[in-house]
Design a protein around this ligand. Structure first.
Ligand code: AMP
Length: 476
């Protein structure tokens, strides 16, 4: 079995790893570190939680020690681009942890939501490692606060999330400013077509590495769905929080407004919780996360974007108060639990309107999630479509109406062999934050992945045993 000593890492790093009790490299580390140490470009298909931060941080830190040069003024030797402030902060923390015996070592953070002047000062003497979100980095560049022309290594982390968040053009702008002679380490949980094209444009003869994302942890996640009415979700959440043996729970809502609403509902029921989302100040987000980490708040309500990169051990439950309309988000969400070898439970609430989302998720993860039917009423009556039976209804704005005209017998069918290109509720590009790309009716991931390449998370192994509380196969 590979050990960290086999990688030829410099002593201060192996010492730091030993002091953190890292004994065995994770699969992404075992595959990535030797390749990155050799100077080759890497495309890594891996999710957060697989240990990918160390997979790129260790070779970078090793290079800093092995090739000691003083960074020039306003220059950075290594740049890590990440989509969110939280993830950037965590990456910088990881660099500090793995580099704690390397001195001097200057690691800076360039993220939005905090005053830029301090960052300008911080970078002014040059840094070894700069961890940045794309927008803030471009602001710093436009203010001539940072130079990128002497960069040695670029890491692009969570490339697919960059795409979701509309950062692809910013990335292209940044890459255009970098020296061609550089090493690039590129990580993404999934490889949709646009990400493959971006990687092709950025990397030189890369080595592709791929891990079954969180295979060991995902197997430990017990998943279940509770079919419910939209109006009952608040009381259902209270019931679940009271009934389940919860250590720490992450509750996902689709919108910021929804997150705040859930906090209010729980407050009325005497359950302490806090929300984390893009409308909160950076300080507030950090305080909330710290409270979640130290256990003083056990229930954290989050939107997908805010939760991305939250790395808190001991999350026993993930609750999808709203199902995500992008099925990959489901995998990212439930991956927040069952970390570090712990057991985890993912419970999803699914109202009538979310039935198509559930089908998309189950198609992606290639399993049906055990369901419990708590619906009492009928599907909300909506205008019958004028088309003959079987035709798709075109809706272009917002969710909630796209199931118009479908009665429960349709819901009940839940036919996996059904050609989804005919019943996709709506083009999901309408619901994307920046809507700049269309995924069309079939996931581009499948169509666009290069021949023989792993296609993202399709090889995830999920728990298949029926859940403890799941009853019969309920209608969706
Ligand atoms: P990441 O995917 O980089 O966010 O890492 C997920 C978690 O695993 C973090 O809490 C790391 O500190 C931890 N971790 C990463 N690599 C190892 C390792 N080889 N041994 C033990 N823990 C690790």
């Amino acid at each position: 079995m590979t050990s960290f000593n086999d990688f030829g890492l410099v002593e201060p790093i192996t010492r730091a790893l030993a002091s953190e009790n890292y004994i065995t490299p994770t699969p992404i580390q075992a595959q990535t570190v030797p390749v990155a140490m050799s100077g080759r470009d890497v495309v890594g298909i891996a999710q957060t939680g697989t240990g990918k931060t160390a997979a790129f941080a260790l070779p970078i830190l090793s290079r800093i020690v092995a090739q000691r040069v003083r960074p020039e003024r306003r220059a950075c030797r290594m740049l890590v681009l990440s989509p969110t402030r939280e993830l950037s902060g965590q990456i910088a923390d990881s660099f500090r942890t793995y580099g704690k015996f390397i001195r001097p070592l200057k690691i800076s953070l360039a993220i939005g939501g905090v005053p830029i002047n301090r960052q300008i000062r911080d970078i002014s003497h040059g840094v070894e490692v700069l961890v940045a979100t794309p927008g803030r980095l471009l602001d710093l560049v436009s203010q001539h606060a940072v130079r990128l022309d002497t960069l040695e290594v670029l890491v692009l982390d969570e490339a697919d999330r960059m795409l979701d968040m509309g950062f692809i053009n910013d990335i292209r702008k940044i890459v255009a400013m970098l020296p061609k002679e550089r090493q690039t380490l590129f990580f993404s949980a999934t490889m949709p077509g646009e990400i493959t094209r971006l990687a092709d444009a950025m990397l030189r003869d890369p080595v592709r590495v791929s891990v079954t994302p969180q295979a060991t942890t995902a197997e430990r996640i017990a998943q279940r769905v509770i079919l419910t009415e939209k109006s009952s979700k608040g009381s259902l959440l209270i019931e679940v929080l009271k009934k389940e043996a919860i250590d720490r729970v992450l509750v996902f809502t689709r919108t910021k407004h929804g997150a705040d609403k859930v906090v209010r509902v729980l407050e009325k029921a005497g359950i302490r919780s806090a929300a984390i989302h893009g409308n909160k100040s950076q300080n507030h987000r950090e305080r909330t996360l710290a409270a979640f980490r130290d256990g003083s708040v056990r229930t954290l309500i989050a939107t997908d974007i805010a939760a991305r990169g939250i790395d808190v051990d001991g999350v026993s439950h993930v609750i999808n108060y709203d199902l995500p309309n992008i099925p990959e988000s489901y995998v990212h969400r439930i991956g927040r639990t069952a970390r570090a070898g712990a057991e985890g439970m993912a419970i999803s609430f699914c109202d009538f309107e979310e039935a198509p989302y559930l089908r998309d998720i189950e198609k992606l993860i290639r399993m049906s999630i055990p369901a419990e039917n708590r619906r009492t009423g009928k599907a909300p009556a909506q205008a019958q479509p004028k088309q003959p039976h079987g035709h798709k209804t075109h809706r272009h704005n917002g969710r909630g109406k796209h199931r118009g005209g479908q009665d429960r017998s349709h819901d009940r069918s839940h036919d996996r062999s059904h050609d989804r290109s005919h019943d996709r509720p709506h083009d999901r590009s309408h619901s994307r934050p920046h809507g700049g790309h269309s995924r069309g009716n079939e996931p581009m991931r499948q169509a666009a992945a290069p021949k023989g390449e792993p296609t993202g998370i399709e090889n995830v192994t999920f728990l298949r045993e029926p859940s403890r509380q799941a009853g019969h196969r309920a209608p969706r």
